[in-house]
Design a protein around this ligand. Structure first.
Ligand SMILES: Cc1ncc(COP(=O)(O)O)c(C=O)c1O
Length: 461
């Protein structure tokens, strides 16, 4: 019997969606057809889908009913004004526009900021689309997360913090005129979903302000980050999560948000800024790429769902359940002996495949091998964040390169799976772990020139 308890779900279910149940033989055939790449397996053939927490959440009755009152006017829709009131209450940001998702917000924002060659955009850690949107403009995206952020077993509470000494040195060396913005990603998705402290954000702002460099939040998981601050940062313990979120946004000059995460919508994004001139440039870019400033690529009904979700995502009972569910899954896996990135993040559990499968060299993709076995054994879909995603041939030296961390990510969709679903996932992982020496690596038989993990095909060794 396990000692780890899953949290109480603060909702009940009134609409159900059948789950894909398959036999082991069917899954073996599906794996072969998909070239051993779970991205290429139809979702209906997945039993528990932990591929991502982005856009996969279950909306509430309040969100669904708000959608029915969506105003589909092209300009000045009532739904826009509803969203505007909520965005101002939650973030305090004087100007905002909707966008259809996070990467669209990034594209519009970096264009308006005139990011270009010879410029540098430091961050605690860029998410891959943020990095790509900086690099595609010829600028350099730099990661400056604190060193403990790269140590899987370091239990530091805020492993997503930016390294302020490094950032200060960098500004002195490069000159503020070459740094159009500094980004803080909350929570740090690329680094295990680890939070950033309010103190770290405040000190970053204090460092940047005299140089006139804007502080930009990549705020996809602003609510989970605020909840971690309440739990772990003594100075904020008496504040509500909504107050912490507001205090976080108050320190920023701008924010970008993929609303598909903590605002619990299936599609949507936001850009918020303090500066009126920058807002005008953003408006021009938005109209060119996304749509008019009062809808930004979304339907009126989407704006309504987003307005409701932004505040629902800050509910403390919901957040206690959400972060508790991730921690409980992590606890069950640790009881079974699996090595994890610790402490668990908000949206996902990360398994350290380098430590778990030392007999499979990185060039044979140990984390991916575990991901494939999870589908084979239990129909569970996870994602590799390791040498398939970040490895490959260095375009400059031609040498094979491997990432520092070799991880399996189990991302939890919001309000979708119950504790018994996650107990099942833990049992599947534990069963594979017990006979981990039997796992074998894979080789790539097809790969695209960029972002190969989405479409690569493999054959087992
Ligand atoms: C931190 C972060 N920023 C940006 C994005 C991009 O958002 P979207 O998928 O909505 O384009 C994501 C998505 O996973 C993310 O996690």
């Amino acid at each position: 019997m396990s000692g780890v308890r899953f949290p109480f779900e603060p909702f009940r279910i009134k609409m159900v969606e059948p789950i894909g149940l398959t036999t082991r033989e069917e899954r073996e055939a599906l794996l072969q057809e998909a070239g051993y790449n779970p991205f290429l397996i139809p979702a209906e053939k997945i039993t528990i889908d932990l591929l991502t927490d982005s856009g996969t959440g279950a909306m509430s009755q309040a969100q669904w009913s708000a959608m029915l009152s969506g105003d589909e006017s092209y300009a000045g829709a009532r739904s826009y004004y509803h969203l505007r009131d909520v965005v101002q209450r939650v973030t305090g940001m004087p100007y905002f526009v909707p966008a259809h998702q996070g990467r669209a917000a990034e594209n519009v924002f970096f264009a308006a900021l005139d990011v270009g060659p010879g410029m540098f955009v430091p961050a605690n850690q860029h998410f891959d689309t943020t990095r790509a949107n900086v690099e595609v403009r010829g600028a350099q995206a730099l990661d400056m997360v604190v060193s403990e952020g790269m140590e899987p077993h370091n239990l530091a509470p805020f492993k997503g913090n930016i390294d302020l000494d490094r950032l200060a040195r960098f500004i002195d060396e490069m000159g503020a005129e070459h740094i159009p913005a500094v980004i803080i990603t909350i929570t740090n998705n690329s680094g295990g979903g680890q939070p950033v402290s309010l103190e770290n954000i405040r000190r970053t702002k204090d460092l940047l302000a005299p140089h006139g460099i804007p502080l930009v939040l990549d705020a996809a998981r602003f609510a989970e980050n605020s909840y971690f601050i309440k739990m772990r940062e003594p100075a904020a313990a008496e504040m509500s999560v909504a107050e912490i979120a507001r205090a976080t946004f108050d320190l920023a000059d701008a924010f970008l948000m993929s609303a598909k995460k903590d605002a619990i919508v299936n599609i949507g994004g936001l850009i918020g800024v303090r500066d009126g001139t920058l807002f005008q440039k953003i408006s021009t870019e938005l109209i060119l790429r996304e749509g008019f400033i009062t809808y930004g690529g979304l339907a009126g009904r989407d704006l309504e769902a987003l307005a409701v979700g932004l505040e629902e995502g800050l509910d403390e009972h919901y957040l206690a359940y959400r972060v508790g569910q991730t921690a409980a899954l992590a606890g069950r896996l640790q009881e079974a002996g699996l090595p994890l990135v610790e402490p668990p993040g908000g949206h996902a559990v990360f398994i350290d495949a380098k430590e778990m499968l030392p007999h499979i060299p990185q060039r044979q993709f140990p984390a991916h091998s575990f991901v494939v076995e999870m589908y084979r054994v239990g129909g569970v879909r996870a994602v590799e964040i390791g040498s398939v995603m970040f490895g490959g041939v260095d375009p400059v030296t031609g040498a094979e390169r491997f990432p520092e961390l070799e991880l399996v990510r189990l991302a939890l969709p919001r309000r979708v799976y119950t504790s018994s679903h996650l107990e099942y996932v833990a049992d599947v992982c534990a069963e594979i772990y017990r006979r981990r020496e039997t796992l074998r690596g894979l080789k790539i038989v097809y790969q695209a020139p960029t972002l190969r993990h989405f479409t690569a095909r493999f054959s087992p060794l």
